[in-house]
Design a binder for this molecule. Structure first.
Ligand SMILES: [Zn+2]
Length: 234
């Protein structure tokens, strides 16, 4: 019956290893690192959108500046190209030139303002990029530790399964079946030893009659404990 205890030992080992694998602090570390990385990604998106918004405005104002410059060039060409026919026309053109120059100054002032707004955003994005790289490295390191730990557990599970197979080979099929049947209820003590006077799975002392019955069996005999329902080996 030692093979049966060996099978149970390996089932306990497997249960512990699987529980360990399901609750690895190394996995929590990876998830924490990924969560921190996700926050950075969100922040990059937010700052990036804000920057894009300003850049679009800057582009639009720069387009307007170019249009004003084109118009100013046309008016200067008219003024100094000798095509003016009357003083009134010259005055009118000069007035428009004055307005356009004012408009050009305003636009250029706004472009400058936008550039000053964008500058710190670029600084923020650069900092976030550095942070992101560091976080990627942290994730990779945590993942490597997790992979190593999981690989160790997988190897231990395989070794345990191998030992269990060897133990199972030494068992009668019906003995194994009786043991498997008791496992859902009794877990790591589906099969227990008879102490000489008691079933070691029973929470209380075995009734004298039942103890006598088991005592009368040959050593190594497998029996069902009528008290707790476990398999008990004399
Ligand atoms: Zn019992």
């Amino acid at each position: 019956m030692e093979s049966l205890f060996a099978v149970q030992d390996e089932d306990v080992v497997r249960g512990q290893l699987e529980h360990r694998r399901a609750h690895l602090s190394e996995r929590t570390s990876v998830m924490d690192a990924e969560a921190a990385r996700a926050i950075t990604v969100t922040e990059v998106e937010r700052v990036g959108l804000e920057r894009l918004d300003h850049a679009r405005r800057q582009h639009r104002y720069e387009g307007e500046v170019a249009a004003v410059e084109t118009r100013l060039a046309e008016l200067n060409e008219k003024l100094y190209g000798g095509a003016i026919t009357s003083p009134k026309e010259a005055t009118s053109i000069q007035t428009e030139v004055g307005h356009l120059r004012k408009r050009q100054d305003d636009l250029e002032g706004q472009v400058l303002e936008i550039m000053e707004t964008i500058e710190p955003l670029d600084g923020e994005l650069a900092t976030l990029a550095v942070t992101g790289e560091a976080q990627d490295a942290t994730i990779a390191a945590a993942q490597a530790v997790l992979d190593d730990t999981e690989a160790e557990i997988v190897a231990e599970l395989a070794a345990s399964a191998e030992r269990r197979d060897v133990a199972v080979a030494g068992l009668e099929a019906d003995v194994l079946a009786r043991y498997e049947k008791g496992r859902p209820s009794f877990g790591s003590s589906a099969v227990v030893r008879f102490s000489g006077t008691d079933c070691s799975g029973c929470p209380y002392s075995m009734p004298a009659m039942e103890a006598d019955r088991v005592k009368s069996l040959a050593a190594g005999t497998l029996s069902d404990c009528s008290e707790c329902g476990r398999l008990v080996v004399r």
